[in-house]
Design a protein around this ligand. Structure first.
Ligand SMILES: Nc1ncnc2c1ncn2[C@@H]1O[C@H](COP(=O)(O)OP(=O)(O)OP(=O)(O)O)[C@@H](O)[C@H]1O
Length: 275
């Protein structure tokens, strides 16, 4: 077994919320229960589950923005909720996110170029010329044109704007990107193009992904491993994607059934074999 330190490690993480609104005293929601997982360099871990299963909460814990009550979240060996703030700031730049709704992820009054340089400005002083050059390179890396830097969000399609968000996420050359339903709001063609882009970028830039989705078919395309969540817990793990047809937990089967071909005659013989 390899003794190399994992890029990301969650150990026994727990998180609960209290119901809000008029029921302030309301019931306690255990959003994450005793979750442990690890991720190596250049790996993509798919995180699937039905709505409310805790995927996004876990994503926020991994990003260092949702403190768990107990357990540890270690990124490059640094406890993201520990006392060493300097070390946390240092590793945070290696952790980025791409959300589902690209239109609400960017400021509508900022050009694509301005959005892309936002994270860069937090960590480096770049001359105007360097900024232009960097933005042009990033846009080309995600399949857009350098001239697109001057466009505003409403001048892009959803798929193009998601590429801008990906360019922003990779601007600091992170080691890990959390993709929170990053292709879910796109049409089928844009989805497959973005999945292809993400796969190419992972190779090119040596990144790891946590790919959060309710769409197990999309997750299977991009991920090396898979965990299935239900009610805040990991209920099934798959370390070899070749075996995804042999998932057994009822939640996994329900997620698979949701992507079954509409025509029964197109289904493959076995009960839940879909790809
Ligand atoms: N800020 C919050 N306050 C109260 N409850 C919350 C909060 N955030 C999440 N929850 C609850 O925690 C549980 C897990 O939510 P979470 O958004 O992580 O699930 P999810 O799997 O990402 O769902 P979806 O796919 O619908 O986004 C849900 O019951 C949700 O209502």
């Amino acid at each position: 077994m390899s003794t190399a330190q994992p890029l990301l490690e969650l150990r026994g993480v727990n998180k609960h919320f209290h119901g809000g609104g008029i029921f302030k005293q309301g019931r306690k929601v255990q959003a994450i229960k005793q979750v442990s997982l690890s991720l190596g360099a250049r790996e993509c871990l798919g995180l699937v589950g039905e709505s409310g299963s805790g995927k996004s909460t876990l994503g926020r814990i991994i990003l260092g923005i949702e403190k768990p009550e107990s357990g540890e979240a270690l990124f490059q060996g640094v406890n993201l909720y520990g006392k060493d703030k300097a070390a946390i700031r240092q590793v945070r730049r290696d952790l980025q996110v791409v959300f589902q709704d690209c239109f609400s992820s960017v400021n509508p009054r900022m050009t694509a170029g301005e959005s892309i340089t936002e994270p860069l400005k937090n960590y480096a002083r770049l001359s105007y010329l360097d900024q232009l050059r960097t933005v042009g390179n990033l846009l080309e890396l995600v399949g857009l044109r350098a001239e697109d830097a001057c466009k505003y969000p409403h001048q892009f399609s959803g798929g193009q704007l998601q590429r801008v968000c990906i360019a922003r996420a990779i601007s600091l050359r992170p080691k890990l990107i959390v993709l929170d339903e990053a292709v879910s709001s796109l049409d089928i063609l844009a989805q497959s193009q973005i999945l292809e882009l993400l796969s190419d970028l992972r190779e090119e830039l040596d990144m790891s992904y946590i790919f959060i989705s309710h769409d197990i078919a999309a997750v299977v395309q991009l991920s090396d491993r898979l965990v299935v969540m239900s009610s805040g817990e990991i209920v099934e793990r798959l370390d070899n994607m070749e075996e995804f047809n042999y998932l057994t937990h009822p939640v996994s089967l329900a997620l698979l059934a949701a992507v079954l071909p509409a025509q029964p005659e197109n289904r493959i013989a076995s009960d839940h074999r879909v790809f």
